[in-house]
Design a binder for this molecule. Structure first.
Ligand SMILES: [Zn+2]
Ligand SMILES: [Zn+2]
Ligand SMILES: [Zn+2]
Ligand SMILES: [Zn+2]
Ligand SMILES: [Zn+2]
Length: 273
């Protein structure tokens, strides 16, 4: 299990937090883990002059007596620039991951790892509201705050009634029972009642409009029917007039024919007498 934490002041890195992905030959001369804190030396690497061991400066500077490695008296140490240059330029991959699941996979130089871990999703962080630590990954922090953290302020379930308070999640049930919600309910109920009355009035108005509209419509239909009949009547009248004219013409033709026949008959009779 990795031991790096995301405390803002100091990020500790263990060997399990990353793996080298380039050639590691030229770093075998260094001990990248500090023999005192047992973490990877990520800041101000030093080297003892007696046994040439590497330490974090913060760790070795606290030693006042003999060398902790070779026990030499009057131990002396200096900053190790070669360590800084060679070890920190090694290519590596971040091995932070969920206990059984996705892993980070970020790749870069070892010297950039501390900076990466400040934003790595798979680093253990501490919730700033409750005392949850050691198990909470940065990637899960948002879900923890939004859905689980007992000390995180949440919206009152009756915010739709107008309650603007934000009780802590652990106090939500106690907050429910606050009598102010009954008052808010009462006000909401009164508003609903008056809304219902307004709706009923609007409904009645619409119904009467609809009825008026319907009777107007049937009057219009009757008018249209009347106009149609009137047109029909007019057409029949014209037809009647035309037939009458034709009948009169026919009468004249018949009279003319009869007169002509009679005249012919008279002529024939006179001829034979
Ligand atoms: Zn150390
Ligand atoms: Zn030594
Ligand atoms: Zn990472
Ligand atoms: Zn929390
Ligand atoms: Zn409330």
């Amino acid at each position: 299990m990795s031991t790096a934490t995301a405390s803002p002041e100091k990020i500790e890195v263990s060997k399990d937090d990353f793996k080298f992905i380039g050639s590691e030959k030229n770093i075998s001369a260094f001990n990248i883990e500090c023999p005192i804190c047992l973490m990877v030396i990520m800041d101000k690497p030093c080297k003892t002059s007696c046994c040439k061991k590497n330490f974090c400066r913060a760790c070795i500077s606290r030693i006042t007596g003999d060398c902790p490695m070779c026990r030499k008296k009057y131990m002396n140490y200096t900053a190790d620039r070669r360590f800084r240059r060679i070890v920190y330029s090694q290519k590596m991959q971040c091995m932070k991951k969920k206990p059984q699941g996705a892993e980070c996979g970020w790749k870069g130089e070892l010297g950039s790892l501390t900076h990466h871990l400040k934003s790595c999703d798979y680093v253990i962080v501490q919730c700033s509201h409750c005392d949850l630590k050691d198990t909470l990954l940065r990637i899960d922090l948002k879900d923890h705050l939004e859905n689980h953290c007992p000390m995180h302020p949440v919206k009152c379930p009756f915010s739709w009634l107008g309650c603007e308070e934000r009780p802590l999640r652990k106090d939500v049930e106690k907050h429910y029972s606050d009598t102010k919600h009954a008052t808010l309910f009462e006000a909401a109920y009164q508003k609903l009642c008056s809304d219902a009355t307004n709706l009923r009035m609007a409904n009645n108005h619409l119904t009467s409009c609809l009825n008026r509209h319907r009777s107007h419509e049937s009057r219009l239909a009757a008018d249209m029917r009347f106009n149609y009949l009137e047109n029909e009547l007019q057409t029949l009248k014209w037809e009647h007039e035309e037939l009458k004219n034709r009948h009169d013409n026919l009468k004249i033709i018949i009279i003319v024919v009869i007169v002509a026949v009679l005249a012919v008959a008279i002529c024939i009779t006179n001829y034979y007498h």
